[in-house]
Design a protein around this ligand. Structure first.
Ligand code: PEP
Ligand code: MN
Length: 338
């Protein structure tokens, strides 16, 4: 971190700034120029909020050299993190596809859907048991009953299970029964929830907030990591822009960019990022081409009667065709890398 001082900064102001920085357990290296002084701040500057320094008397501006996140940064750990979810490894080049309905609705719905998922190379099962719905009158999820159905599907089809959780209490009660806890876009900055995720052993799938910057997203991952859980997978699920033609805009730039900043794996959910069934496949393939470590796809045996996200859910035929095309591209890219 660099603190640029005002030309007229007095010695007593400079001493007060140094004392403040040192109280935050960092050291200061003053560099005296001909017209003004610059203070170089060394140590774990992640603990310093630059805004609290920038308002001190004598300070002209404060800028960071290193990112405000530490544990999740590529600087802290050079090698990719490989995150194990059930028997699936994210982040080492394997094909990882999380598929399933938006919501768990009934035993029949989950069974009919999982049956054909299992016939493809999709290797994790998703299903919402608590739903973050815009309307309080929309289907809110089956909760405990939904989780029991997911557990039964895991046992029957031998697929790790992924469910979104929305409260600290749910993370504590349901978290240990899941193979991967999803933190949804709307809760990406629910800091108490992130801290609770840091205290369980289950890996976390952290979705990007609707309007979150890359830095805010990585700071949320830092919360989980700093609270003790290092098993984090990021998920780009589209961001809001001025465009209204489709539900969200898939930020594919984020995939290679974020890999330069963090060692964590990142996957793309092209169902929520597009909101349109036939767009999920081409955008998923684009995601693989730019280096995504996995995909999420919503599928329902009968999207027309789905209780949530029907318009973006692939039916059996669309899903099988999408998986066929996705796996052909995956195999091509994997062979090309060898
Ligand atoms: C979902 O996965 O069903 C969901 C609600 O996702 P998001 O948080 O990305 O909107
Ligand atoms: Mn959904």
């Amino acid at each position: 971190m660099i603190i640029k001082l005002k030309k007229e900064a007095t010695d007593s102001e400079i001493n007060a700034i140094i004392a403040r920085v040192e109280s935050l357990l960092c050291t200061v290296e003053p560099m005296k120029g001909s017209t003004r002084t610059i203070l170089g701040v060394l140590g774990n500057t992640a603990t310093i909020d630059e805004k609290t320094i920038s308002v001190l008397d004598g300070v002209s501006s404060v800028s960071r050299i290193t990112a405000p996140y530490k544990l999740v940064s590529r600087e802290y750990q050079k090698e990719n993190s490989v995150i194990k979810v059930g028997n699936v490894l994210f982040g080492q080049g394997d094909l990882c596809v999380i598929a399933g309905p938006c919501s768990v609705e009934s035993e029949e719905q989950l069974d009919l859907t999982t049956k054909y998922i299992k016939q493809t190379r999709a290797n994790l099962l998703r299903g919402g048991i608590v739903k973050p719905r815009t309307s309080p009158y929309a289907f809110q999820g089956l909760e405990e009953k939904g989780l029991e159905l997911m557990e039964a599907a895991r046992a029957k089809y031998d697929l790790p299970i992924v469910c979104e959780l929305m409260t600290v209490d749910q993370v504590e009660r349901f978290g240990p029964r899941l193979d991967l806890i999803q933190i949804g876009a709307r809760n990406m900055q629910n800091f108490d929830l992130l801290k609770a995720c840091g205290k369980v052993d289950t890996p976390i799938l952290l979705k990007r907030g609707l309007c979150a910057t890359i830095e805010e997203w990585l700071m949320s991952a830092e919360y989980i990591s700093a609270s003790g859980n290092k098993n984090i997978i990021l998920c780009e699920r589209g961001i809001r822009t001025f465009e209204t033609a489709y539900r969200n805009v898939t930020d594919l730039n984020a995939i290679p960019f974020i890999k330069s900043l963090t060692h964590l794996p990142i996957i793309v959910d092209s169902s929520h990022s597009t909101g349109i069934d036939w767009m999920a496949e081409p955008v998923a393939k684009a995601a693989l081409a730019v280096g995504a470590d996995g995909l999420m796809l919503e599928t329902h045996y009968k999207p027309s009667i789905a209780l949530s996200d029907g318009p973006q859910s692939l039916d059996e035929q669309q899903f099988k065709q999408a998986m066929n095309s996705i796996t052909r591209l995956y195999d091509f890219l994997a062979a090309d890398e060898k």
